[in-house]
Structures are given as structure tokens and as C-alpha cells.
Design a protein around this ligand. Structure first.
Ligand code: IPE
Ligand code: IPE
Ligand code: MG
Length: 258
């Protein structure tokens, strides 16, 4: 199945985002403010994940993608990285069955080869266990980087069809991206106050509505998700067109353009 591409088609505007992608940031600062070790913020962040997954199901959002660990997060202190790895293991052990019962399909994107065997096995078994679910597709980006994803797709594309006469197109590349199974995100949220993409879904965020909040991730919940959705609803998504073209059918696009 091929989803709408925000650059090749004009996607339909929706009141409830089909796909929400979140950079869960601000855990360390949340903890520091409370005189707790940084990792206490990661632990508390799991509760915000639970609340957000539940809220997405209730609101009929089809895809939720969470940035859990970037390909650059290996640069952090060894102790923090190993705490995070341990946390991923324990969360998978305790949550997969609950996700399954809630009809959630779990998918993990990123280069898993650097993880311990135990974590790799838990990811594979979690994905297998929930493979038949379709209420919500929960993607966790772990050791993920947008540039790495694009480069992997380029290499796969070249291997699949060496050098077409007229050059490759976006449609040739897109199926090889690690999130080819999902529509592009309608709404991107970053908590924690920073206003940057930090090498998240670079290709897919081309026309995504961005929402930044100072709230640290451990304090995010259903109400805050609704605030972000409220902001999303108030936006006019033009995909390159003028405002008049959206409201006036007598103001069509140039022939030959979607
Ligand atoms: C995000 O919170 C979680 C991960 C990157 C794993 P941070 O740990 O980046 O928290 P801050 O940004 O230092 O507050
Ligand atoms: C982005 O947060 C990655 C995740 C939330 C997993 P960072 O805290 O690593 O991003 P920077 O370093 O502030 O850009
Ligand atoms: Mg951070």
C-alpha cells in the first residue's frame, strides 16, 4: 500500500491526526529540578508514555511514534546509557502483554545491532506477539537517526533497481524507509523546551505540523496531547498552495499539479 506523499500529492486534512510523532525530551531536567538523578526522569517518563498511548487509542489516532534513543545518544555518560538500556528491557517485559490486550501493534525502528542480545530478542518477540493488532501502531525509535534511515533507504533502493535512465524519484526511495508502513506524521510534538528536530524523522516531517512545549516529558499526559491536537486543528495546511486555493474552488492549481 502506498500512502499519500506530502510533496507528490495533496493529503486530505483531518481533524484528528492519523499519525503523531513525539520527541520525548526534558527527562533529565525534570529530575534535576527535583534534586533527583537524571535517570529518575527517564523512569518517570514511562508513565507519560503509558498515558499517551492510552490517550491516542481513545482518540482514534492510528499511529504514534516515540523517539526513545537517538543514534547520537550513545555520546551520553556510560551509566546513563546502560540505565536506559535496562529500562527498555524492563518496560518491554512488563508492557508488551498490556499493549497486546489493548490492540496495539508494537514496532521498533533504528539500528538494533548495537543492542544486547536480550533486548534484541525482547523487541523481536514483542513485535511478533502484537503483529496482528491494528488499533494503534506504536513505533519506538531506538538507536534511530533520520540521516541514517535515509542513507539505508538509498542503499536499498540502489540494490533493488540499479540506475534508472531518468534518475530515481521520491516514489522509488520512500518504500525503503524504515517507516514505509505508516503515513507521514500529521503532528510532531517536542516536549522539554528545545525547538529542533535532533535527527528524528527527517524525510517524513516535510509537511508535518510542529508543536513545541516547554513542559518536560514526565509531565506530559492526555490533557497536554489534547492541547497539541487543538493547536493542530487551528492550523491551515496549505502544502505549498495559497490560502485562497483552499477555500475557493474557482482558484485551481496549475494544470498538471496535484
Ligand atoms: C529525553 O530526555 C530522553 C532521552 C534522550 C533518552 P533527556 O534525557 O534528553 O532530558 P534533558 O533534555 O537532558 O532534560
Ligand atoms: C532527542 O533528545 C532524542 C530523544 C528524545 C530520544 P536529545 O535530548 O538527545 O536532543 P538534543 O541533544 O537536545 O538535540
Ligand atoms: Mg534532551
Amino acid at each position: 500500500m502506498r500512502f499519500f506523499s506530502s510533496t507528490r500529492d495533496i493529503p486530505e486534512s483531518v481533524a484528528v491526526p492519523r499519525h503523531v510523532a513525539i520527541i520525548m525530551d526534558g527527562n533529565g531536567r525534570w529530575a534535576k529540578k527535583r534534586f533527583l538523578p537524571r535517570v529518575a526522569g527517564h523512569k518517570r517518563g514511562v508513565e507519560a508514555v503509558r498515558a499517551t498511548v492510552k490517550a491516542c487509542i481513545e482518540r482514534g489516532i492510528g499511529y504514534l511514534t516515540l523517539f526513545a534513543f537517538s543514534s547520537e545518544n550513545w555520546r551520553r555518560p556510560v551509566d546513563e546509557v546502560s540505565y536506559l538500556m535496562g529500562l527498555f528491557v524492563s518496560v518491554l517485559e512488563s508492557e508488551v502483554e498490556k499493549l497486546h490486550d489493548a490492540g496495539v501493534r508494537l514496532r521498533v525502528i533504528g539500528d538494533l545491532s548495537r543492542f544486547d542480545a536480550r533486548l534484541i530478542e525482547l523487541i523481536a518477540s514483542g513485535e511478533r506477539r502484537t503483529a496482528g493488532n491494528d488499533r494503534l501502531v506504536l513505533t519506538v525509535a531506538a538507536n534511530y537517526g533520520g540521516r541514517g534511515d535515509i542513507m539505508q533507504a538509498v542503499n536499498r533502493m540502489i540494490a533493488a533497481s540499479p540506475a534508472p535512465a531518468n534518475g530515481y524519484t521520491e516514489d522509488d526511495l520512500a518504500p525503503h524507509l524504515s517507516m514505509a508502513y505508516a503515513p507521514e506524521p500529521d503532528l510532531f510534538i517536542r516536549t522539554g523546551g528545545e525547538q529542533r528536530i535532533s535527527n528524528f524523522l527527517l524525510w517524513q516531517l516535510a509537511y508535518t505540523e510542529c508543536y513545541f512545549t516547554d513542559l518536560p516529558w514526565p509531565e506530559f499526559d492526555a490533557g497536554r496531547l489534547d492541547e497539541a491536537i487543538g493547536s493542530f486543528r487551528a492550523r491551515e495546511r496549505r502544502f505549498g498552495r495559497t490560502s485562497e486555493q483552499l477555500t475557493d474552488p474557482a482558484s485551481p492549481s496549475r494544470p498538471g499539479h496535484a
